[in-house]
Design a protein around this ligand. Structure first.
Ligand code: HEC
Ligand code: HEC
Length: 383
């Protein structure tokens, strides 16, 4: 009896040690139950499923699988695909997402049947658009935690009138129905589940229960016979499994700070980066224990900031052309291209391109003693 107890105790200790090891990229959050693990595994298969016209692809699409764009170094990681968004910023300051003209995502590929019917290679951007924005494919590791951050936590960082006079205002974007937005480069989409489900029709041309009809081609209906499959092309259960996969992906492991990079966090704060890239957010209640009341080292406030005219492109929701959501630096170690359209080839270049509200911080970075700048960059490369 005693021996059984002892080996149980040892097994428990071994388990605790195993659990303490941070997950590798692409692994699920620690602490999921067996049913959640199972959903994660089955959702990953659908995330990586390659769609063809016979199984729902298109007629308009950007790629054939979630995992074609979110792929490096694992499913849920970054990709080299860059897509096109377009909207119209009206003279009265209102943003038209061009929903009745096939917007705001303009797909860059079409099925052979649509090409044969209309003679196009991609969806044309309508003349009514006032700007186009290019969007590189980000990683989504740890985004279930960002989804579980309560609105109140995000709103607590907002300072739209810059009352504390630090030159940094930060304001929330709102979805069309008024809910707080947080996903996408312009923070339009309120929940991870909505983003994941919406990505099927928008990116792959696969209709889902929430979006049960194909988009128009810049306002023109899909010609008859081009899309023979009945809608929706993917059922609610598969959509839910993909959502579980994305939601349960563990965040990147904490950086191992050695040598000079140990001074990174302090320099990050001193240089003013942390005013927007808030190092840690706290999650609230969640039906998933592994997501409830955790800290997520995302380095974002999930708010919009004016980044100046050089980076400006489209409006979206309340976001003006020059406003972008503070990009989470969580997962920076996986990226080779930086900023919303991947225009920066290095982290240093991305910082140099910060304008608007980030000018003071950018200039402080530029005037750091070289050793400090190196230390800060060494830290950033490990996030
Ligand atoms: C053609 C490439 C492509 C495909 C296919 C694709 N995505 Fe994305 N994904 C993107 C891009 C580009 C963005 C950034 C959009 C933006 O900034 O507004 C993005 C953003 C996201 C985000 C939000 C990340 C953030 O920073 O807030 C999630 C979640 C996501 N994708 C999930 C999915 C899922 C699930 C699928 C499959 C149904 C999918 N994506 C298919 C390119 C793709
Ligand atoms: C005023 C708010 C603000 C400040 C201050 C700020 N950033 Fe940013 N940062 C942003 C926003 C917004 C973006 C997204 C811009 C875009 O995609 O065009 C961004 C993007 C980045 C990126 C690119 C991330 C990626 O994955 O593409 C890096 C790296 C970065 N910031 C680092 C820093 C560092 C380091 C500092 C301090 C020297 C800093 N930022 C200061 C708001 C800020």
């Amino acid at each position: 009896m005693r021996r059984v107890q002892l080996s149980l105790a040892i097994a428990t200790i071994l388990l605790a040690v195993a659990c303490a090891k941070p997950p590798e990229p692409g692994e699920p959050l620690p602490g999921l139950d067996a049913a959640q693990r199972d959903q994660f595994d089955r959702g990953k298969v659908i995330f990586n499923r390659v769609f063809e016209p016979e199984t729902g692809l298109g007629p308009l699409f950007n790629a054939k699988a979630c995992g074609e764009c979110h792929e490096q170094p694992v499913a849920g990681g970054v990709g080299d695909e860059v897509e096109v968004h377009a909207t119209a910023f009206l003279p009265n300051g209102v943003c038209d997402p061009l929903a009745d003209l096939g917007g705001f995502v303009y797909q860059q590929d079409v099925t052979p049947a649509l090409k044969a019917a209309l003679g196009i290679d991609k969806e044309p951007v309508p003349a009514k658009a006032t700007a186009q924005g290019r969007r590189s494919s980000p990683d989504v590791l740890g985004f279930g935690l960002l989804d579980a951050v309560p609105d109140s936590e995000i709103l607590a960082y907002a300072d739209p009138d810059d009352r504390n006079h630090d030159g940094i205002s930060g304001r929330p974007n709102r979805f069309f129905d008024g809910r707080l937005g947080r996903f996408g480069r312009k923070a339009l989409v309120p929940t991870l589940a909505e983003f994941n489900e919406g990505a099927f029709p928008v990116e792959i041309g696969v209709t889902v229960p929430a979006v049960p009809s194909e988009e128009t081609v810049a306002g023109q209906p899909i010609p008859p016979g081009v899309d023979p499959l009945p809608e929706p092309e993917l059922d609610a259960q598969s959509v839910a499994l993909v959502n579980a996969f994305v939601r349960f992906l563990a965040p990147p492991s904490p950086p191992k700070l050695k040598g000079t990079s140990r001074r990174g966090p302090e320099l990050f704060d001193k240089t003013g980066c942390a005013a927007c890239h808030v190092p840690r957010l706290k999650t609230g209640d969640s039906d998933v224990k592994a997501l409830a009341h955790r800290e997520v080292a995302a380095y974002t406030d999930l708010l919009l900031h004016d980044m100046g005219p050089t980076l400006a492109d489209i409006c979206l929701g309340l976001a003006t052309p020059s406003e972008f959501r503070t990009e989470p630096l969580m997962g920076l170690r996986f990226s080779e291209k930086f900023l919303h359209d991947g225009r920066a080839g290095t982290i240093e270049e991305a910082i140099r391109l910060h304008g608007g509200e980030a000018v003071a911080s950018r200039d402080r970075f530029a005037t750091l003693p070289p050793a400090d700048r190196e230390a800060l960059l060494a830290f950033l490369k490990q996030l």
